[in-house]
Design a protein around this ligand. Sequence first.
Ligand code: PGA
Length: 252
Amino acid sequence: MRKKIVAGNWKCNTNLQEGIELAGAVNNLVANEAANDVVVVLGVPFIHLTKVVETVDTNRIGVSAQNCAAEPKGAFTGEVSAEMVKSTGAQYVILGHSERREYYGETSEVLNKKLALALENGLTPIYCCGEPLEVREAEAQNEFVKKQLEETIFNLPVDEFKKLVIAYEPIWAIGTGKTASSEQAQEIHAYIRSIIAEKFGDEVAEETSILYGGSCKPSNAKELFANKDVDGGLIGGASLKAEDFLGIIKGF
Ligand code: PGA
């Protein structure tokens, strides 16, 4: 059975003290919940990783970086390598977020290097894809997302591909308060699963968790997660408040 996952993406928010507090609050709320089978992940700034790993029960909550370097090590001032991320005790890394693609020029070529290094270092990539508004308006979202996948994760050997989590995040829904409708989410998630099946076979497609991201909140999580091909969420704004994040986890 594929995993249900709710992952927070704190982006460039919280100083270290605030981050520790937020991680502690999420940890307590999740611990008090009756056992539920949702995998919870916190995607935190690099400098928070070590402390957040210490703060949460890592058997219950996974910790993720939001990026890693495209090079293994060396003279790349300001970069943080996949190996460094792994050495903090973090288990995941978000790769290919639309903000990284748009503001930091991350191309498929760069992403392929990052994916390879993340996997080599035993991190689980949460690979993001999703179309901008004009593509959705032209109803070309399927082709757009297919191209993103074909240029990156579809080049991986099947055993590596199986380690990934995919997050579909329509750019027009990120941080805008505009959520994809439940039907829009289901439709494209089913499409993504179908092209995974074409490429890697039905069994692999069935086992791949595909998360939805973009203005997901406690009030719409239940409806989104009820869709058969939506296996959870990648949560930005609403992951910065422990209660809201828990409300989303309880959407399952
Ligand atoms: P949002 O962000 O929930 O604030 O829309 C989602 C994301 O960018 O991962």
